[in-house]
Design a protein around this ligand. Structure first.
Ligand code: TYD
Length: 135
């Protein structure tokens, strides 16, 4: 999917010593980061998200635990994947409807290309489908 895909970041280290994973432009970060936020203390199987962004680009990491993510782009293409390692980030660009199912010990970290702006959200799935119909 053009606007949502997994990026693998290089890890340095070993099972004995631990791993260091750096996230910067030369290791695959696709945009300038203007905001970082975390989501913590979610209950098992709690589902959040249920929106798309008009312009925002994000890179989503499960820095601990597991999060299952569903993505649907404006053409109707879909995928689901599981994030369970900070070595992988899910790039989620504009116009991707997404939901995230959290497992109880998950810690989500999101790098975002812009400041928080509620007007950038499409929170109505019907509005998202209308956009698809008008492509
Ligand atoms: P939201 O993006 O809807 O979270 P989720 O998709 O995980 O359900 O945001 C939840 C609330 O937090 C909403 O009231 C907006 C607020 N918020 C901020 O104030 N700043 C931020 O950077 C973000 C992402 C959300």
């Amino acid at each position: 999917m053009k606007n949502a895909y997994l990026i693998e970041f290089k890890s340095h280290g070993s099972q004995e010593d631990g791993f260091l994973t750096a996230i910067e432009h030369n290791t695959g970060l696709p945009f300038d980061v203007k905001r970082v936020y975390t989501i913590t203390e979610t209950k098992e199987n709690n589902i959040r998200g249920f929106h798309a962004h008009r312009h925002l680009q994000q890179l989503i990491f499960a820095v601990h635990g597991q999060v299952d993510i569903y993505c649907e782009d404006i053409t109707g293409e879909t995928f689901t994947l599981t994030l369970d390692s900070p070595k992988y980030g899910l790039y989620c660009g504009p116009m991707v409807w997404h939901t995230l199912t959290y497992h109880h010990d998950a810690i989500l970290m999101v790098l975002a290309s812009d400041k928080y702006e509620e007007l950038d959200y499409i929170r109505s799935y019907n509005e998202f489908l209308e956009r698809r119909a008008n492509l």
